[in-house]
Ligand binder design. Sequence first.
Ligand SMILES: [Zn+2]
Length: 164
Amino acid sequence: MSEFDDLLAANAEYAARFSGSDLSGRAARGLAVVTCMDSRIDPLGLLGLAPGDAKILRNAGARVTDDVLRTLVLAVYLLGVERVLVMPHTDCGMSKVTDADVHALTQEQGVDTRSLEFHTVPDQQAALRHDLTRIRTTPFFPHPLPVGGAIYDVRTGQLHPVEL
Ligand SMILES: [Zn+2]
């Protein structure tokens, strides 16, 4: 018995139905999506994508961090990515707290997280525009690399373009 037995059981059923895949690791639709870890977001489903179509990068708040940039560079040069969509969402937990709030919360448990930057989002539109600019101005991509931003509404399923 482990904490993961449910997952192993589900995978056994999945693998039993799996017909094998001849997909490569390249993004068939030439797309990378940067989105949040929020469990309400189904990136493939909401964009009409299937496995094999796109690289999906997820973190708290859909922020373009150094590691996201690193991954996008690899995705562009090695894995067929030719366009990037940055897609935060409504009702994001990252827009409801500040870094200071999180540090205070962990401090209550005796844990010091001040060496971490959480990249919380006080202004979602401003953060998205900042992150789009970060991708557009990085010197590491060939130009032009189409970069777009849109906010996903977790209540309606609609995508609202910010810069597309
Ligand atoms: Zn979120």
